[in-house]
Design a binder for this molecule. Structure first.
Ligand SMILES: Cc1cc2nc3c(=O)[nH]c(=O)nc-3n(C[C@H](O)[C@H](O)[C@H](O)COP(=O)(O)OP(=O)(O)OC[C@H]3O[C@@H](n4cnc5c(N)ncnc54)[C@H](O)[C@@H]3O)c2cc1C
Length: 481
């Protein structure tokens, strides 16, 4: 249904984490506010979020976790090769703890705070997951009188003399169009991970990339901003979730909870390329974005497992605690049954063979036998002189049957394409704000990174979604005097 009124102080495009945080902030300040959500349900990828970044939050204080914000800023700038916008990142970092406290004051509970893999201890894990946060924000916004409409998308920003004056809306259910008047628009559409053409601007060969998003992050915010005169800013970073089972027949998220996926990616024994050659230290997955980048350096990638590895994962558990894994059971109790099911279903991504030679022949990997013989020598030496993988991860591949799982690269979100100032106002290519146009969440989060997502600062996109939604509203209120 189209919105009730024809004129609002503020229209927020996108009912995900950033849009709903902005909605609550606008409600707190009594702005007449409309939230447009193109999907039938609210929350976007915010529904799947594990946790949000914060420094100096109430929880960190309770647990005596002290972080030197200056050192962290320097670390992130180095990680991004100074492509991150230091001014904006600094504002976000200094507000981030208060953002966690604000969420807590609304009723959001956090089950823990800490690092993910080798990272800063910044991720505040939501008790009940992202979905619980979405529900709290929605209820709060509605209680303030914010109007939220589903199945309505924003199609175009309307401007007069360069100022925002309204939006063109489309009813996704009926195909009808309507205009609504407003002088303030916040774009919070979730970035562009589900738009293959935009992803291609960042990574030209997309055939092995698999989005684990809900499919609605189609880069609408970028298109709307660019049409309105925004700078075509750097396409930023794609948040790779490391390796993922290469299955083009189902949505990628289906495999996320699979123990076979964890065995082949998070707990990878040996990765080889299209020739059967090893190409990286497989424990690169301590940083899932680095793992994704490494897998993309090859044309095809396979994870090799032998029966000994499967027995070990099943009966003993992980070889090495790996951060960022959505699957971290002590023991992989379902691994064998998942393998049997997938073989019975003739899934293309899984190949079984009695010998290494046979596995190499089946997959046309001419160097596989030689690679494994050499790799086994390294495991005997106890030192990976080729790529420097940690010793506790050097496990020989000797016991049949042998398995190969073909891998693609999972993507959670894509950030970049829009430049904003410290008021979250969208900038043109001269660095001046487009009056009345703001961007928040993934649409603006490219400001925080270089070409690699800042997994060193876990929870940073969710934290930024809440920060930037709220920051945009604060700016609108200040500008309104
Ligand atoms: C599986 C998964 C797990 C993740 N876990 C984490 C995590 O633990 N920590 C973290 O920091 N980040 C995580 N992320 C990243 C996540 O994308 C962001 O943190 C967060 O959801 C970004 O908020 P957003 O509001 O920008 O986008 P979203 O929450 O995705 O919301 C965007 C909304 O805009 C709507 N929309 C799009 N176009 C239009 C249009 N034209 N008109 C109207 N509405 C529109 C969409 O339908 C969607 O509802 C995860 C992502 C995924 C996919």
């Amino acid at each position: 249904m189209f919105p009730e009124k024809t004129n609002y102080d503020l229209v927020i495009v996108g009912g995900g984490l950033a849009g709903l945080a902005a909605a609550v902030s606008a409600g707190e300040s009594n702005l007449t506010t409309l939230v447009l959500e193109k999907g039938r349900t609210l929350g976007g990828d915010g529904n799947y979020v594990e946790g949000a970044m914060g420094i100096d939050s109430y929880l960190q204080k309770e647990q005596n976790i002290a972080i030197d914000a200056g050192e962290l800023l320097q670390d992130e700038l180095n990680y991004s090769h100074y492509e991150a916008n230091a001014l904006h990142l600094r504002k976000y970092l200094s507000a981030s703890g208060k953002i966690i406290d604000w969420l807590h004051s609304l009723g959001v509970n956090f089950s823990k705070v800490g690092p993910q893999g080798k990272s800063w201890p910044t991720i505040h894990t939501f008790a009940g997951g992202g979905h619980a946060v979405v529900e709290i924000l929605q209820q709060k916004a509605t209680s303030y009188g914010v109007e939220i409409v589903n199945s309505i998308s924003a199609q175009r920003v309307i401007q007069r003399n360069g100022h925002v004056t309204g939006l063109l809306l489309k009813n996704e259910a009926t195909g009808q169009y309507r205009e609504v008047a407003t002088s303030n628009v916040i774009l919070a559409t979730g970035g562009y991970v589900d738009n293959p053409e935009l992803v291609k601007k960042r990574i030209p060969n997309t055939t092995r990339l698999l989005s684990v998003s809900d499919g609605k992050s189609t880069g609408d915010g970028l298109r709307l901003a660019w049409q309105a005169g925004a700078d075509h800013y750097q396409m930023g970073a794609i948040q790779y979730g490391g390796g993922a089972i290469l299955d083009k027949t189902r949505p990628a998220y289906v495999h996320m909870p699979a123990q076979l996926a964890a065995a082949a990616t998070q707990e990878a024994i040996l990765w080889v390329n299209e020739q059967g050659n090893r190409f990286i230290n497989e424990d690169v997955n301590d940083n899932m974005c680095h793992a994704g980048s490494a897998l993309l350096t090859q044309s095809r990638t396979f994870s090799i497992l032998d029966q000994m590895a499967i027995d070990h994962l099943t009966n003993v558990g992980l070889y090495k605690e790996v951060g960022n894994s959505p699957v971290s059971p002590a023991k992989f109790a379902n691994l064998t049954s998942e393998i049997e099911r997938d073989l019975a279903n003739h899934e293309k991504y899984l190949t079984k063979a009695a010998s290494i030679t046979e596995l190499g022949q089946k997959l046309n990997l001419p160097c596989l036998a030689q690679t494994i013989a050499h790799y086994n020598e390294l495991t005997t030496q106890g030192r990976d002189t080729d790529f420097g993988k940690a010793k506790e991860y050097l496990t020989p591949i000797t016991t049949g049957p042998f398995y190969a799982v073909e891998l693609g690269i999972g993507m959670a979100c894509a950030i970049g394409g829009i430049r904003v100032d410290n008021d979250s106002a969208v900038l043109n290519s001269y660095g001046y704000p487009l009056p009345g146009l703001y961007a928040a969440g993934n649409d603006a989060a490219g400001m925080l990174v270089g070409d690699t997502y800042a997994v060193t600062l876990p929870g940073s996109t969710a934290g930024y979604a809440v920060f930037s939604g709220r920051n945009a509203v604060m700016s609108i209120i200040v500008k309104a005097g």
